[in-house]
Write a protein that binds this ligand. Sequence first.
Ligand code: GAL
Length: 451
Amino acid sequence: MEVKRKAGLVISAVALTGMLLAGCGGKSNSDASSSPSASNSPSASPSASASAPASQAASGGKVEIFSWWTGAGEEAGLKGLIQLFSGKHPEIEVINAAVAGGAGTNAKAVLASRMQGGDPPDAFQVHGGAELNTGWVAADKVIDVNDLYESEGWKDKFPKDLIDLVSKDGKAYSVPVNIHRGNVIFYNKKIFDDNGLKAPTTFDEFFKVADALKAKGITPLALGDKEPWTATMVFENVLLGELGPDDYKKLWNNQLPFDDAKVKKSLETFKKMLGYINQDHAARNWQDAAQLVAKGEAAMNIMGDWAKGYFTTDLKLEANKDFGWVPTPNTTGMFMVITDTFAIPKGAKNESNAKEWLKVLGSVEGQDVFNPLKGSIPARIDADKSKYDVYGQQTIEDFKTAKLAPSMAHGSAAPEGFTTQANQAINIFVTNGDVDQALKALKAAQSSSIQ
Ligand code: GAL
């Protein structure tokens, strides 16, 4: 990755707690001292690794797994995990209840109605941070899984800050399977090479490169906002780049109002960027947009690194040969964090089987099956780096030293209510470009959803 880190920006991953939990609203979430500690030594921990034979707890039956991982770029990792699980638990029938739609566009609504209707799945995908804590934990809809952190010896196998992110009042409520990076420009290497261009790392460079591409008749930036969250992702990365990680963090605990001048500036920059997108953006989903870059029909795409999974796993492209990557403008040394975790609803029909599922996805083996396919990095600190390509290895290293920031579009920074309103506001903004209207809508969302 063409990352030139500024010394001043480099801090440890410890920032994750403050960064991410600041957005979780609840005071108890930020009580790091009451979260599972990372003090257990590996040897002191019970050694029930998932590579060991299946636990005796499971005795046949089913397990229904709920996620939004269907289709290209999404399902290969899930299928890998299911295959691994089935090898360990041939007696348990896996029901893959995935609902299509990027970022849970449809799945989240289906999940909510199933939970409300007393028909929960056995385990479900949920982002660490506000989505889990101010959502399902606060509503008392999920069981705590502290027993798994004990039995699997996980307390020192995930970064403590990540455990804090899935914990409330000292109890862990879900198990992270990955960490995705959200602030990435993926670019078509051939286009850049053929035109003698260097991937941009600042806004000024971005606009210079975009102008040069436009002058040659090449679409500079691919966007597919048929599902509005993709535009929200571009915007959140602009926010991070314009505000920096400290002010960005302040948005999520009401220390910085959304009508601040820096947010206004971010909207103006975002609007300028929208001047360089493909005309048919509203008809495309994220894969369709990424494909424009893969095929050389557009130069850049701002997307989470599930796009990298899509490129390498589905489209068989090679990292650093067919496509390159840089952090989005002005975010070098920063890491927009998205973590997929799984939780178990209260009242799940097959709770003990669901726990077996969580054990597999929390194991080194599970993480190293899933993440190379998905484009994400392992959430565990002891995964096998050699299983990851050059993109994955660099991202694993970047994560260790970058300033971490919680994603708004993917549930970590703010409650679901905020994200829904932000998606609406940004969707309208993409169409009408009305900065003041967007500012008002975002401020209203902040006032109504963030404590
Ligand atoms: C995110 C999720 C990723 C990926 C993406 C696109 O919310 O965390 O794993 O699936 O949506 O659907």
